[in-house]
Design a protein around this ligand. Sequence first.
Ligand SMILES: [Zn+2]
Length: 172
Amino acid sequence: MRCPYCGSLETQVKDSRPAGDQSAIRRRRACPDCGGRFTTFERVQLRELTVLKKSGRRVPFEREKLMRSIEVALRKRPVEPDRVERMANGIVRQLESQGESEIPSGRIGELVMEGLRGLDSVAYVRFASVYRNFREARDFNTLIDELSNGDGEAPEDETTQPPAIARSPGVA
Ligand SMILES: [Zn+2]
């Protein structure tokens, strides 16, 4: 594993342990050339996946990008990292076990929405409002109604205001 700081190829594993829900191995590595320390994760990958973007462009599926878009939605929300990890694993497993190796980006967005809905209603609304690209307050209120009538917890006051999120979730 190349050192991310100096590019040396001589990095050493200092420690290995199970991570998350035991579906990954976390390794602490050290670089003898520059003293840099970093962490790598080893995960099962059932198959190579390609994301088909709306623009028609194809890019390799990256779990890190999926995690980032989930984390943006969950920012400052009281959700256990283990639950987030399990949700991301569940999404990746669903994608890997479907018939096609090419996945429309919209499919990933739908799975993230489903997952967040069960995890945290505020994060769900944040993600959905960006993902569905709401243009009118009416769309937002429809979503709030869906949530209130659903089996999830009632949305908190924070969610009655449209969220001020400029960043795209990164999966669209
Ligand atoms: Zn180094």
